[in-house]
Design a protein around this ligand. Sequence first.
Ligand SMILES: NC(=O)c1ccc[n+]([C@@H]2O[C@H](COP(=O)([O-])OP(=O)(O)OC[C@H]3O[C@@H](n4cnc5c(N)ncnc54)[C@H](OP(=O)(O)O)[C@@H]3O)[C@@H](O)[C@H]2O)c1
Length: 310
Amino acid sequence: MPIPILKNQKILITGATSQVARPVVKTLSAENEVFGLARFREAEQRQEIEALGAHTLAVDLADGEMNEVPQDFDYVLHFAVVKTGDFEYDLKANAEGVGFLMSHCRGVKAFLHCSSAGVYHDETDEPLRETDPLGDNHRCMMPTYSICKIAAESVVRMSSRLWNIPSIIARFSVPYGDNGGWPWYHLMMMKAGVPIPVHTQGPCYYNLIHEDDYIGMLPALLANASVPATIMNWGGNTATSIEEWCSYLSELTGLEAQIAPTDGALKSLPIDTTRMIEKVGPTRTDWKDGIRRMVESRNPELLLSKNDQP
Ligand SMILES: NC(=O)c1ccc[n+]([C@@H]2O[C@H](COP(=O)([O-])OP(=O)(O)OC[C@H]3O[C@@H](n4cnc5c(N)ncnc54)[C@H](OP(=O)(O)O)[C@@H]3O)[C@@H](O)[C@H]2O)c1
């Protein structure tokens, strides 16, 4: 499929209020008819998404009830995820939910399912390739997450073939930007003087991907949707460790990062981005630049003056 131009398209974005999808809603609403789907348990969140220029759909994907959801979307970007720790509910919402969604929107030109590097088995230090073994690597932090993301991928694979829906399963590493992300949580822990857990087998590498990059890559990702579903890692070209980005946050702010090695933290999960770079292109944002912009945007009061930075 040629790279689509995302203008004047009807696009469904699930998980609209999420850290990751909210900037996507904002960007795409400028030139498309965007529908943001979430449960919207807080009315304020619904107003915030509407203020970005999107229509809203209050749907619990665990219910499988799609009556209120239009069917004539050009594209679906599926970012919703739930991680309550209750396997019964989380499997319904994450795995069955995406099946109901794909069944309902089976006429789309392409369906993007946002997955995670959380689906990989974590017993290697090598960058993880799309064909590598899967496993339950998030259990220590979010008990249902890895298994639900694997289950959801399986439903997407099956639905793509069953209903002939061009689909792409994009395995995200660590998204961040002006809307937050894991490095921002680390900054907040540094501010509060809270130790930052990292695995004892460090350094702990992940592929930071800035929101400018992941938003900019959406058309090329959609162009790679296929039947059967394409599977692709999605992250910064190269990996950076928690230890490195916390050290840089210290440089920027003067706050101490109390790195606390423990066997109870996520292991290093660098991804191999060869397929992404070849088919979609490289990321452009230098991670230090992205982290600095994140702090400037969210917590400018924490930045040392340039003269005080090393
Ligand atoms: N954040 C990361 O570091 C990271 C890393 C790798 C992959 N990802 C992937 O990126 C995507 C977004 O992650 P995130 O961390 O930004 O998510 P998040 O902040 O936890 O937000 C989850 C979103 O899903 C919606 N949602 C939850 N349960 C739902 C249900 N039952 N029915 C309908 N909507 C529901 C939530 O809205 P309501 O609560 O209003 O329903 C919210 O909009 C996910 O697919 C995630 O697996 C994220």
